[in-house]
Design a protein around this ligand. Structure first.
Ligand code: WT7
Length: 663
């Protein structure tokens, strides 16, 4: 079977069970009676898709200039939404709530890992964002300039994003877990002139530095002229006079008044890098009007948000798209009160999250299956220490959720009554695409189920035909949607090839999927060379490139192997260079080589990409055309007998690998 056959690459994370799951949880009458969503929305959107989205755009956003066009796909695959409208994202997220008399409403309850807290109202946020926008302008940042953001999960992360949006300067947030090397390539690809960073942030009970990575990245050569540094941990940092400036000083000098710059609906809002199937990360480009419309729409209806009474908490870091759409933009556009937490869930103890839920009376929680499975493993005693009765909606995102974890989430965290929404989407889709609607859908554990109103998805077979109910294939998105990516930064050809060439004119998501007998969609994991580790997207090729960049490695193959907690884990097979083998005395053997290579991957990409295990092998299984057969390596990594080896150029290779493992 080919690499792209979903049946050969899935199930990846205990999904066998998922396909036998038959339970369904209809909404309670009480919930349905108060729900934002209605079944009728599907019909309305079906009858007039464009009219439906135009209505959402006007209902949920404030436009400085109204639009007359809705969607224009004549420049496919690049769509335009609300193309002749004008608006400002920061105005929509902040100012208009203050103007509406809601300045005293809490926007952010910040909980630092060491236990320090800060509360920012919408009025506070407006002042901070305005000062930051003025500070950026004072550094020469203009509409259209790119700004890189490399920060921990502190209020300044949200403030920095909105300050960029306020002047129409697209931000490029780089996850704090990425290395200087990764930072360097992303800064250069986006040609960012300013970086906003911090001395460090708190993780696992201690300060973890960020600024040194920025210094190292810039030392390698970048167009960066200024670095704004938030003081968070008080760690010692190197300082480059004239280039580096303290965030606090810059904001103190700046005026608290700033007029948001109205931009075209299609003005770039941000670039966010994500792993693809090649070694080079893709700069996913999102624009303003359509993106914000779908973020606000999904946040309101999928989470049933009642901004006056709910306390919402999404545990994602702003370094990922979930943090963009469901920490910064969706919730603030909707005027929500939310919690942001800086640290890890087990610091100081394994009940930290539940302590936070109790303390702030969190009513909507949005997290990832890997976190749910980790909490399951730790045991119910930790959530049991706290009153979680404020919770009323639970969300999941990042990878398929296995029915056991889904049920545990609903029972143990949600007292057996809260709806659970399994939300499928991607960095590229910008916002949630497939999900149950609480109060409407009878939820099935493990299935994202239904494209949202106004969204069109299908499952295609190899030949591009819609599969009948009961069959599996590839997930495709069949109509343009408001928050869709507008391209890959600087690489229109890669954009067309990656997403639009597999099935002519339809968006290929890269996920395997199945329709059940009711036509509900079950996601089955990636069908390409992209891995999903703890809901984070990693490219096999990117890690392979990192490994072969080490002088002792001749060749490398990386696979995602099933892992009970993280969904998938990175397993690498490497062939060492013959001269390295001769020098084994100097470089050490076995363990040392493995430790050295793991550290090397952390340095090249970031600690999140470190392989769980590295096996030194003499040869790799390849087809006659030289393609590495990762399917066979996955068999080994998952402890199975290797499957069909008949297409191997040398069928004895697998025996050698099995026999020589670890040597
Ligand atoms: C990939 C996108 C969307 C924000 C976080 C990840 C997988 C995501 C689900 C889900 C099954 C899911 C897919 C997708 N994925 N959510 N609910 N069920 N799979 O964003 O890093 O762009 O990754 O995550 O494989 O393609 P991302």
């Amino acid at each position: 079977m080919s690499q792209h056959d979903p049946a050969s690459t899935t199930p990846e994370s205990g999904l066998e069970n998922l396909l036998h799951e038959t339970r369904a949880f209809p909404p309670s009458e009480e919930f349905a009676a108060q729900a934002n969503a209605t079944a009728e929305m599907y019909d309305r959107a079906k009858a007039d898709r464009e009219g439906f989205w135009a209505e959402q755009a006007r209902d949920l956003l404030t436009w400085s200039k109204d639009f007359t066009e809705v969607v224009d796909f004549s420049g496919a695959p690049v769509a335009r939404w609300f193309g002749d409208g004008e608006l400002n994202a920061a105005y929509n997220a902040v100012d208009r709530h203050v103007d509406a008399g809601l300045g005293d409403r809490v926007a952010l309850h910040f909980e630092g890992e060491p236990g320090d807290t800060r509360t920012l109202t919408y009025a506070d946020l407006k002042e901070q964002v305005s000062r930051a926008a003025n500070a950026l302008e004072a550094l020469g940042v203009k509409t259209g300039d790119r700004v890189a953001i490399y920060l921990p999960m502190i209020p300044e992360a949200v403030i920095a994003m909105l300050a960029c949006a306020r002047i129409g300067a697209p931000h490029s947030v780089i996850f704090g877990g990425f290395s200087a090397e990764a930072l360097h390539s992303r800064i250069n690809d986006a040609e960012a002139r300013v970086v906003i960073t911090a001395d460090g942030g708190y993780r696992r009970g201690k300060p973890s530095a960020l600024k040194p990575a920025v210094d190292d990245a810039i030392a390698k050569g970048t167009p960066v002229e200024h670095v704004l540094v938030v003081e968070r941990t008080g760690q010692d940092v190197a300082w480059t006079e004239g280039r580096d400036k303290k965030w606090a000083d810059a904001l103190a000098e700046a005026s608290p008044e700033h007029t948001p710059v109205p931009v075209d609906a299609e003005h770039p809002l941000f670039i966010l890098y994500t792993s693809g199937t090649t070694g080079k990360p893709k700069g996913i480009l999102h624009t303003t009007g359509g993106y914000l419309t779908q973020c606000a729409f999904t946040h309101k209806y999928v989470f049933d948000l009642k901004p006056e009474t709910d306390v919402y908490w999404c545990t994602a870091d702003i370094g990922w798209v979930t943090g963009h759409s469901y920490v910064t933009y969706g919730p603030l556009i909707n005027g929500a009160t939310q919690v942001i937490y800086e640290g890890t869930p087990d610091t100081p103890d394994k009940d930290r999250w539940w302590e936070i839920v109790e303390k702030y009376k969190v009513s909507i929680l949005y997290t990832a299956p890997t976190a749910i499975r980790t909490c399951m493993k730790w045991g119910a005693e930790f959530p049991a220490r706290h009153d979680l009765s404020s919770l009323r909606v639970l969300g999941s995102v990042g990878e398929p959720i296995n029915p056991e974890a889904w049920i545990w989430y609903r029972e143990t965290i949600g007292a057996g009554t809260t709806p659970v929404v399994d939300t499928w989407w991607q960095t590229e889709t910008g916002a949630i695409m497939i999900s149950p609607l609480p109060g409407v859908t009878a939820a099935k554990p493990g299935s994202a189920q239904t494209p949202l109103p106004g969204i069109s998805a299908d499952v295609f077979d190899e030949a591009g035909r819609s599969v009948p109910d009961g069959d599996g294939g590839y997930l495709v998105l069949t109509e343009p949607w408001p928050a869709m990516l507008r391209g890959i930064w600087g690489d229109p050809q890669r954009f067309a090839e990656t997403y639009w060439s597999r099935f002519e004119g339809k968006y290929f998501a890269g996920d395997g999927a199945k329709k059940d007998e009711d036509g509900d969609i079950w996601l089955l994991g990636r069908v390409d060379d992209v891995m999903n580790v703890s809901g984070h997207r990693l490219s096999t090729t990117e890690i392979e490139s990192a490994l072969v960049s080490h002088p002792i490695v001749a060749e490398a193959a990386v696979v995602g192997a099933k892992d009970d907690t993280t969904g998938q884990a990175v397993v690498a097979f490497v062939i060492l260079r013959s001269d390295a083998l001769e020098r084994v005395d100097e470089i050490g053997e076995g363990e040392d080589v493995v430790a050295e290579l793991r550290a090397h991957v952390a340095k090249e990409i970031g600690p999140i990409a470190k392989p769980r295990s590295i096996l030194v092998v003499a040869e790799l299984p390849k087809t006659r055309s030289g393609k590495i057969m990762r399917r066979l390596l996955r068999d080994i990594a998952e402890g199975r007998e290797a499957g069909d080896v008949t297409t191997l150029a040398d069928s004895s290779v697998m025996d050698k690998i099995s026999q020589g493992m670890g040597k």
